[in-house]
Design a protein around this ligand. Sequence first.
Ligand code: SF4
Length: 333
Amino acid sequence: MIPPSPVRLETEPWQHDIARAITDPAELLRILGLDQRDLPPLRATGHGFGLRVPRYFVGLMRPGDPRDPLLAQVLPLALEDEVVPGYSVDPVGDLSALRQPGILHKYRGRALMLATGACAVHCRYCFRRHFPYAEQSGHRHWRGALETLADMPEVDELILSGGDPLSLSDPRLAELLAAAERIPALRRVRIHTRLPVVLPGRVTPRLAEMLAASRLRPVVVVHANHPNEVTNQLGNALKRLADGGAALLNQAVLLKSVNDSADTLVSLSESLFDIGVLPYYLHALDPVAGATHFDVTREDAKRLLAALRTRLPGYLVPRLVHEVPGQPYKLPV
Ligand code: SF4
């Protein structure tokens, strides 16, 4: 399925930006003009899943504001290491849905490929923050994953996930896409990614051309949680994909002290639509260990949704859902 010859990997400009991402909390606070005493205690380094944030995204944070909603999404706090009943390392049953390394199958007609374990940013609320990527994802599993997929003729949509699939280089993505195109049953390729939001330069003309030329209809689901993340740079990047025929959707996570207000969510939906993106999902937080401080109660979530319905046209109201392991689709909250 995957040709045996190695793909030549060039270094692309956005990869330099990823390499220059900030990984030291002290440096991040220095850039933002913040003092540790303004913040809750930080998580000690060396426990894995440390700070990682591209400088572009830091540039969207408000200097001097310890409650900045973008900062809250990336700053590792000591309370992440507290053990809280009901929060687990596999909150949505990913491990039991593995068909083989690299392929998750939960829902009829769709299969999800863990194309890579790498991300440009480490989101503190990530439901896969404890996922064993080293064993279950990455290029060495592609061949087996695609062969499994080829034996699933009922699947017509391939979801590329990870990690962030756009952290793969364009040549690697081209390799993957070409192999997927050879599976007759596939009609669509859906890419779930936060990379354009944290580094719009990732949307290279080559990436846009690749998706436009594919026989698989591309759907790109970006992941923006707050209107401050929706910039002209993001809009220009996504326009390249839309011009090539990609459908553009957004998936947000409802996060306490980040976007749990009607004003913020209304602004997020309107800003996204201004750049051609439809709000698709507003996810309740998956109960992942380390993210308890982001949880919003179901009652508050429902109140927010009701407020959105009174303030937005229906097509700008995202679906408020949560994932329950073993269920055949994401359930409404
Ligand atoms: S980019 Fe996505 S997969 Fe990566 S840490 Fe953030 S939420 Fe998790």
